[in-house]
Design a protein around this ligand. Structure first.
Ligand code: SF4
Ligand code: SF4
Length: 463
C-alpha cells in the first residue's frame, strides 16, 4: 500500500510566490499612497522617460550611450571604446562594480526598489495598466470579463513592442533603427527577430514571471547577504515597538499590546509577497510600499509613524549607526583609483587608432626593375571629437602608393584601406624586410607603425 503522506510536507510556505502545494501564488499587491510612493513615482516616471530618450541623445554628433556590437565599438558619455582597449574597459568595469558594492553597502537595495527597470516598468507601467483595465475584480482575484483581458494583452504587446524598439536603439544607431522600422522587416531579419524576441520576453516577464525575476532569477538579489552589513540602510519593522501585535482600534484600548494592530496592510501591498515583520529577507526589494501602508494605519489609530521605516539592523536594535567603517572607506578608495587610472589612460591615448589588417592576395610580386611589391592593409579610426584629415608616408628607399590618402574621417569613423609598397631587393634579409609607415593628421597626431613585408628567399637576400 502506498503511503498517503507526501515526502515533503512543509509547515509553511517555502517561497513567497508558491503555495504550500507547490502551485503558483499569484500576487495582486495593493497600492499604498504616501510620501514614499509619491517620491518613487517621480523617480520611476522620470526613469521611464530617460530609458526611452537616452539612445536618442547626442552631444557634438556623438551618442551618450551606444553599444554598437555590429561595429564592435561602445560609446559611454560620448567617449568611444573598442573591445581591444582592454585596460580602459577594465578600469571602467572595476569602478562600476565597486561602485555598485559601495552603494549597496551604504544604501542597501536602493537600486532594486527605485531604479531597476524590472521594478520601474512593473510597478509604474504594467501593473497600473492592469489595475485600470481589470478593475476591482482583477484586484480581488475574481474572474475578469474576456474583452477586458484581451484589451489588457493587446496594450501589453503594444507597450512591449515599443520598449523592444527602444532596447534595440541601445545597440544600433537611432538612424539605422528608424530606417529599419520604416522598411520591409525581411530586409533586416536579425533586427526584426530581436524586436519580436524581446517583445515576447517582455510580455512573458510582465504578464507571468513578474516578481519571480527578483526572487529567483536576479543575481544581484542573491548577492545582498554579502553586500549588506548591519549598518546598511534597509526597510525594517520595529519589532520592539510593534510587538506583541494584536487587533485594537486605539492604542490605549489594550496597553499590553504593541503598536502593530495586525491589520496586514504591509503584506497586502508587498510586491514580492513577504511579511516585513519576519525581519530582513532576501525577497525584500526595499520598495518602501509597506512604509507608506503602515504610516497610513498609524495615522488613523493616532500612533507615531515609522513602525516600518528606513533604518538599519543596528538602528532596529537601538545601537548607533556607523557611517564610517572599513568598507565605506575602502570602496571609495578603489573607485577613486580606478577613475584616476581610467582618466589617465583616456587622456594619454592617441587621437587615432591604426590597426594592421590581413590581406587576401599573393604575398608579394617581383617587378621588372628588380623591386619587390607588397600590399599591406590597415584600419584607421578617428577617436577624437573633430573631423581630421590623415596622410601617410614611408621611410626613404621604399616607394609608396596610397590611393585612399589624404583621408578625411568624421569623429568615431573608421576606415580600412590598402597601401602598395615597392622595396629594393637589397632591403630584404631571409625573405623579409621591415618598413616603417608614418601616419599623421593636420593637427598633432603622428605615429610610426612598423610592418614586415615579404620578398624572395634568395641567396642574395640572406646576406
Ligand atoms: S501595516 Fe503596520 S500595523 Fe498593519 S500589520 Fe503591518 S506593521 Fe502591523
Ligand atoms: S517588505 Fe516592504 S519594502 Fe520589502 S518588498 Fe515588501 S513592501 Fe517592499
Amino acid at each position: 500500500m502506498s503511503d498517503p503522506t507526501p515526502l515533503l510536507d512543509p509547515d509553511e510556505r517555502v517561497l513567497s510566490t508558491l503555495n504550500q502545494d507547490g502551485s503558483r501564488r499569484w500576487l495582486r499587491p495593493k497600492v499604498a499612497h504616501g510620501k514614499w510612493w509619491k517620491r518613487r513615482a517621480i523617480v520611476g516616471y522620470g526613469l521611464i522617460v530617460l530609458f526611452n530618450l537616452l539612445p536618442w541623445i547626442h552631444i557634438n554628433g556623438k551618442p551618450i550611450l551606444l553599444l554598437d556590437v555590429m561595429h564592435r565599438q561602445f560609446t559611454f558619455f560620448t567617449v568611444t571604446f573598442r573591445p581591444t582597449e582592454t585596460l580602459l574597459l577594465a578600469f571602467l568595469m572595476l569602478g562600476l562594480f565597486v561602485g555598485i558594492f559601495f552603494i549597496t553597502s551604504m544604501f542597501g537595495r536602493v537600486w532594486c526598489g527605485w531604479g531597476c527597470p524590472q521594478t520601474v516598468y512593473l510597478e509604474f507601467l504594467y501593473r497600473p495598466i492592469e489595475r485600470f483595465i481589470e478593475g476591482p475584480n482583477g484586484q480581488k482575484g475574481k474572474p475578469v470579463a474576456l474583452p477586458r483581458k484581451v484589451l489588457k494583452y493587446v496594450i501589453y504587446i503594444a507597450v512591449s513592442f515599443h520598449l523592444a524598439h527602444t532596447f534595440l536603439a541601445y545597440f544600433v544607431s537611432p538612424k539605422v533603427l528608424f530606417s529599419w522600422t520604416l522598411g520591409n522587416p525581411f530586409e533586416h531579419p536579425t533586427g526584426f527577430g530581436i524586436v519580436v524576441g524581446v517583445t515576447a520576453l517582455m510580455v512573458y516577464n510582465f504578464v507571468w514571471f513578474r516578481e519571480q525575476m527578483c526572487i529567483l532569477a536576479c543575481p544581484y538579489g542573491r548577492l545582498q547577504s554579502v553586500l549588506l552589513d548591519r549598518n546598511s540602510l534597509i526597510v525594517g519593522y520595529d519589532e520592539k515597538r510593534g510587538e506583541p501585535r494584536g487587533k485594537k482600534k486605539k492604542k490605549d484600548a489594550n496597553a499590553a499590546l504593541g503598536d502593530c494592530i495586525d491589520c496586514n496592510w504591509c503584506r497586502a501591498v508587498c510586491p514580492t509577497g513577504i511579511d516585513i515583520r519576519h525581519g530582513l529577507q532576501m525577497e525584500c526589494i526595499h520598495c518602501t510600499e509597506c512604509i507608506d501602508a503602515c504610516d497610513n494605519i498609524m495615522e488613523k489609530i493616532g500612533r507615531p509613524k515609522g513602525l516600518i521605516r528606513y533604518t538599519s539592523q543596528h538602528g532596529l536594535a537601538g545601537d548607533p549607526i556607523k557611517f564610517l567603517r572599513p568598507r565605506t572607506v575602502l570602496y571609495p578608495l578603489v573607485i577613486g583609483l580606478a577613475l584616476l587610472a581610467f582618466t589617465w589612460r583616456l587622456t594619454s591615448r592617441e587621437s587615432a587608432l591604426i590597426t594592421p589588417m590581413r590581406v587576401q592576395s599573393a604575398p608579394f610580386a617581383e617587378l621588372q626593375n628588380g623591386a619587390i611589391r607588397n600590399t599591406v592593409a590597415f584600419r584607421i579610426e578617428n577617436r577624437s571629437v573633430e573631423v581630421h584629415t590623415y596622410k601617410v608616408s614611408l621611410e626613404e628607399g621604399h616607394q609608396l602608393t596610397a590611393p585612399s590618402f589624404p583621408m578625411t574621417l568624421n569623429p568615431s569613423q573608421a576606415q580600412e584601406f590598402t597601401l602598395i609598397v615597392e622595396s629594393p631587393l637589397q632591403s630584404f634579409s631571409k625573405g623579409q624586410a621591415r618598413v616603417t609607415f608614418l601616419f599623421s593628421d593636420e593637427a598633432d597626431f603622428e605615429i610610426e607603425v612598423d610592418r614586415t613585408v615579404l620578398g624572395p628567399f634568395t641567396l642574395s637576400s640572406t646576406q
